[in-house]
Ligand binder design. Structure first.
Ligand code: SF4
Ligand code: SF4
Ligand code: SF4
Length: 367
């Protein structure tokens, strides 16, 4: 009976455009067993795939609103259901596996270190299967997109609004920071890179967007959000946002030692793991003093090499993050716009992203 509910939950998750393919040894069921009890899994199955108000969900499943709200609050805190505030109304849905249930597991305070380690191992095992890896990092459009630290775009080559993280923050009204889940997960398997943990930044144009569930992260001011951006740039972390033009709600600040997406491109050579920015670094040989800082201390992708005493950028490895130019002591590095077919445009918004991903997976779009 309990195995049956996890099979049904896994099947529902695999219907999402984001997918949750079965593993030959049933690892996906063991993962779900760690996320929810059989009773909680049954409730997850009752929730919609798209955001709805609690009144609407209570009506469709025939439960009193107060009773459902109490259960929902507990399950949101356990990362089993997702929530957002839209036009002043709190909305709920069952999240996909990635990005969703997997990441939320790392926010839970009721899981012991040994449970976290086991979850981490199960996830690595699930991801090592070709179908899972392809679903997470092989399909278009990618989940995330690199946003440059700074650019040298000028004149007609204006920086697009979605490429300017400070502008996105300026236009938002609520902010929340969470611990970096990739770094937490990597620490569980013995890789402690030492980078800051409080780096996953959520933002919303709603007032008080995170007030109902303050335990899910630290609610911060706009000034504090901008300070995190400054600090992560100093630290050499890569800004990654959702791969959309409109409706940005998140910026990760990633290191190539822990971030699943950066590792997929750098270590496993998967070019579709995330969208590179529409910029490339270039080094002015006349200004460069060959100090080596950009190659040895900054570039997370090993995209800078020294040849015959000259430092060069390998375009095919450069993700356009701007981390190198930020600390060049003689400002010899420019972050310049790509041209023509080298550029990519993100989906219009999350709805459009979901539609494109559903088409790529050959599943029905969530209406
Ligand atoms: S994507 Fe980046 S910042 Fe976000 S959790 Fe992973 S490493 Fe941390
Ligand atoms: S940091 Fe600047 S000066 Fe130093 S090697 Fe790189 S480009 Fe040259
Ligand atoms: S050379 Fe490296 S650090 Fe510089 S923009 Fe490219 S990937 Fe980023």
């Amino acid at each position: 009976m309990s195995n049956d509910v996890y099979k049904r939950l896994a099947a529902k998750l695999n219907e999402y455009p984001q997918g949750f393919p079965p593993h030959p040894e049933g690892v996906e069921l063991k993962i779900l067993e760690m996320i929810a009890t059989p009773q909680e899994a049954e409730i997850m199955l009752l929730f919609p795939k798209k955001a709805e108000s609690i009144d609407s969900i209570a009506k469709s499943i025939g439960k009193p609103v107060e009773e459902l709200q109490a259960i929902t609050d507990e399950m949101v805190m356990k990362g089993q259901l997702e929530t957002t505030k839209k036009n002043g109304v709190q909305m709920y849905w069952m999240p996909p596996f990635v990005v969703g249930l997997y990441e939320f597991f790392w926010l839970r305070t009721d899981k012991s270190e040994s449970e976290q380690r086991k979850f981490s191992e199960l996830f690595e095992s699930w991801l090592s299967h070709a179908d899972s890896l392809m679903t997470v990092v092989g399909l278009q459009p990618p989940y995330f997109r690199v946003v440059p630290v700074e650019t040298d775009a000028a004149g007609e080559q204006q920086v697009q609004a979605y490429e300017d993280i400070r502008q996105v923050i300026e236009e938002s009204r609520s902010f929340q920071v969470q611990d970096c889940m990739c770094r937490k997960q990597q620490r569980m398997v013995g890789n402690n890179c030492g980078h800051s943990l409080e780096t996953c930044l959520h933002m919303s144009k709603e007032v008080g967007a995170y007030d109902k569930y303050p335990e899910l992260g630290k609610i911060i001011s706009k000034k504090e959000a901008l300070k995190i951006i400054d600090q992560t740039e100093e630290e050499g972390l890569v800004h990654m946002t959702y791969n959309v033009v409109e409706g940005q709600t998140f910026v990760c600040n990633c290191c190539s030692c822990c971030c699943g997406m950066l590792r997929a491109m750098k270590e496993f050579k998967i070019p579709t793991a995330f969208a590179k920015s529409n910029y490339l670094a270039t080094i002015d040989p006349d200004s460069c003093t060959a100090c080596g800082i950009c190659r040895d201390e900054r570039c997370p992708m090993d995209a800078i090499v020294e040849e015959g005493g000259q430092y060069l950028v390998l375009d095919e490895k450069c993700i356009g993050c701007g981390v190198c130019s930020f600390t060049c002591p003689v400002e010899a590095i420019s972050i310049v716009p790509k041209i023509g077919a080298q550029c990519s445009t993100p989906p219009d918004d999350k709805e459009d992203w979901t539609r494109q991903r559903a088409a790529a997976r050959g599943v029905r779009h969530i209406e």
